[in-house]
Design a protein around this ligand. Structure first.
Ligand code: PGA
Length: 248
C-alpha cells in the first residue's frame, strides 16, 4: 500500500508571519493518516522545519545540480537539507518555463538531490496545445524518461502530474483524463524500474486542487495525493484537502 501524500507548494509566497499558519496546520493535522509536505520559499525552510516538528515534512522548490561553486543566487541540495528540508520539488512547469529548465537539467538536479539524501518530487505535465493536439501521453512519457534519474527508489521518488493549463486557473481535467495519465505514468514507472519501484512510487495530481474537488480527485485510480499551490497557502483550505485525502 502506498502512503498518501498531501504536498503544498507555496511558490514565491510567504513571510515569517505565515509560519503561524503552518504551526496551526501541524497541530491540527500532524498525526493525519497521510504524509504532509510543505514547500515554502527557501527563506522560510529553516524556521518552518523547526515550527513543524515531525508531523509535517519541509521541502525546497528547486535546487542546483552542483554541490557548491560559483552559481550566484542558487541553492544546492545539501543546503536545503542543512536548513531542514527532506524533499525538493524539481521540474515544476514554472521553473521549466521561467528558467528554461530541460528534462536533462531536471534529471541532473534530481540526481544531486538524491545523492544529498533528499526525496524528489518530479513534475510533469502538458500544455493546453499539447492536450488539444492529442500529444499528452507522448509529452508525459518524454518528460518521465528524461527527467527521472536511474538512482530512484520507491522511497525517494514522488511524481507529480500537473497539466500546465490547470495550474492556478481553476480548470481541472475530467476524472477520466486524470486517471488515464496516472495509469500511464504508473505503467511507465513499472516498465522502466520494475514492480518494486514502479508500484511503490507515489503519483500526485496537481492543478487547481481545492477542498471542493479534492475528494473526487482522490478517488481516481493511481492518484496517491496532491501537489497543491494556491489552496496550500491557507491552513483551513489545505486542512480540508488533507482530511479528504486521509479518508479516501
Ligand atoms: P495550483 O498550483 O494548485 O495553484 O493550481 C499547483 C502547482 O503549481 O503545484
Amino acid at each position: 500500500m502506498r502512503r498518501k501524500m498531501a504536498a503544498g507548494n507555496w511558490k514565491m509566497n510567504g513571510l515569517q508571519d505565515n509560519l503561524a499558519e503552518l504551526e496551526a496546520l501541524a497541530q491540527s493535522y500532524g498525526d493525519a493518516d497521510c504524509d504532509i509536505l510543505i514547500c515554502p520559499p527557501a527563506t522560510l525552510i529553516h524556521r518552518a522545519s523547526s515550527v513543524c516538528g515531525d508531523g509535517i515534512a519541509i521541502g525546497g522548490q528547486d535546487c542546483h545540480n552542483a554541490e557548491t561553486g560559483a552559481h550566484t543566487g542558487d541553492i544546492s541540495a545539501q543546503m536545503l537539507k542543512d536548513a531542514g528540508a527532506t524533499h525538493v520539488i524539481l521540474g515544476h512547469s514554472e521553473r521549466r518555463e521561467d528558467h528554461n529548465e530541460s528534462d536533462n537539467h531536471v534529471r541532473l538536479k534530481a540526481r544531486a538531490a538524491i545523492e544529498s539524501g533528499l526525496k524528489v518530487v518530479i513534475c510533469c505535465g502538458e500544455s493546453l496545445e499539447e492536450r488539444e493536439t492529442n500529444n499528452t501521453l507522448d509529452i508525459i512519457g518524454g518528460q518521465l524518461a528524461g527527467s527521472i534519474p536511474d538512482q530512484v527508489t520507491g522511497e525517494n521518488l514522488v511524481v507529480a502530474y500537473e497539466p500546465i493549463w490547470a495550474i492556478g486557473t481553476g480548470k481541472v481535467p475530467t476524472l477520466d483524463q486524470i486517471g488515464d495519465v496516472h495509469d500511464f505514468i504508473r505503467a511507465r514507472l513499472v516498465r522502466r524500474f520494475g514492480d518494486g519501484v514502479g508500484l511503490s512510487t507515489r503519483i500526485l495530481y496537481g492543478g487547481s486542487v481545492k477542498p471542493s474537488n479534492a475528494a473526487d480527485i482522490f478517488g481516481v485510480s493511481n492518484v496517491d495525493g496532491a501537489l497543491v499551490g494556491g489552496a496550500s497557502l491557507k491552513a483551513e483550505d489545505f486542512g480540508q484537502i488533507i482530511a479528504a485525502l486521509a479518508s479516501s
